[in-house]
Design a protein around this ligand. Sequence first.
Ligand code: SF4
Ligand code: SF4
Length: 301
Amino acid sequence: MNKSSVRVSLSHLDELWFQVSGTRCNLTCQHCFISCSPHNRNFEFLSRDDIQGHLKQSAILGVKGYYFTGGEPFLNPEMTDILIDTLQYGPATVLTNATVMKEEWLSRLRIAQEQSRYSLEFRVSIDGFSADTNDPIRGQGTFERAIRGVTQLVSHGFLPIITATRTWPDSEDQLVLGAFYKILKRHGYKHPRIKLLPTLKIGAEENRNGGYSKHQRVTSEMLKQFDVTQLVCEHARIVTDRGVHVCPILIDSADSLLGNTLQEAVDTPFNITHGACYTCYQYGAICSNISTRNLATGIEA
Ligand code: SF4
Ligand code: SF4
């Protein structure tokens, strides 16, 4: 296969992501595609100063929105201040497991959100609608803790997007969504927003369930009728403590590092030859905030 034929260039830097807590997480989920854990120091925290520098630069480049991921972002001791800073530049989304949040942080963030012209979104990962379905993947007691986190967020006026990674057969999606609705409503979240995600067969998930076959690759033929704007690498980049990478999914791959500066990374196209690119091709929009009802599955969530 001619690599250049599956090359994706950035059309415009619409989204800027930050690997704000590196690969450190208080959990050790069995399917984590970058194998985060309390002890994984592969990528380190980003500092508030680092992020402020990138925010200034991003404003010049016309970035429209910011995303914070890890690991668990709220392990970074500067996280609340970082989000408050970001709300001066644009809408911010933070991807969290919601198990370590403090009331004081949420109160400050509520005030910052009200004073900003931009929105603050929380995406909360819960991978099952009960302890029995969630905890085998995310760890004992994590369902209860995450539901408590959702309740905290709702009580502070936030409407978190619940993201659930599909570790069940596709045919059970409706059943799972229905069960999620019921449990979230029971905990006071009246109109829950839910997004179902495919697993990415890399990192810990590769050990749990196997990786991609050599045939699971995007080809130039497949791209002929494909809307590449669905791919996050077409309109986003991510900052880690090593530099700027192509997307939040591939930071562990050496070729994902595109430069030291945003400008270098914006100017560099990427060959979407990884197995994970095949999942992006199949499902599209997996990194965006779009809820499940808007995905190709057509399922209302
Ligand atoms: S999936 Fe999320 S919560 Fe789980 S270990 Fe990875 S970063 Fe942490
Ligand atoms: S994993 Fe997805 S977002 Fe990342 S480079 Fe491949 S296609 Fe693009």
